[in-house]
Write a protein that binds this ligand. Sequence first.
Ligand SMILES: [Zn+2]
Length: 270
Amino acid sequence: MVLLAPLALASSTSGCDGSATAAPRDSGVSEPKTPSAKVDTAPEPAPEPEPAPEPEPEPARISWGHADLDPDNDDQLGPPEPLDDCEEQLEAAGVSFKPARIGVGKKRDGVYTCGAHQVVRIKRGPGKIAYSKNPLLTCTMALAMADFERVAQEEAERIMGARIKTIEHMGTYNCREMVNFDLLSEHSFANGIDLKAFTFTSGESLTVLDDFRPTVDNPSDPKTLFLRSLANRLYDEEVFSVVVTPYFDHLHRNHIHVDLARYRVDGSRP
Ligand SMILES: [Zn+2]
């Protein structure tokens, strides 16, 4: 037994919220209908064309994919897991490097204190930036540095009108205890770098100490804009898990610290 009951519902009119002012003629007026008056012999109406929903403009979201986004491992402290194909990935990323070794220290309870399993010394990255000293970093950090160089050169060209020639850094690997809440611990695993000064192909140069100017609200100086915009992008685009600038505290007044900890810290903003 088939109930032919209220098929009429299928012909309900499409809504018109007045937003479709640019709609073509044929989508226009729908006749008012009283659903209950429809007889059940009516043919199935052709599906009315749905007004095309305005596509939401997706904000162009960029992720370089190095930052650790897993919220469940934030309290694990230790060197990053080695990558099977680290050297291939570095080559593909345009990094020239030398494999290196540092010891791995563990306390009796198994907690890592120092070192990393897979470390390289970067000779040259894809951005052709010369570092004051070839950075000694975990492979994952070295991979992130390749993307750092791309982002940094983009910002340099956009804001400084020149490319970065050299970067002076204050260190990568340093086996030491965490200094209060300074996020220095990743240095224990060669998993972070402190960026101090930049020079450009234009001959200009800047330092984080003089040019970040964390107390200035609306800077117009390109050097300040460059440093701040670079730090924002490095965090927002997930090049690194942690980006700490002079905004963060006095310990970071003279450098931008970046690392690949398992937790995330956005110190790129006031
Ligand atoms: Zn640091």
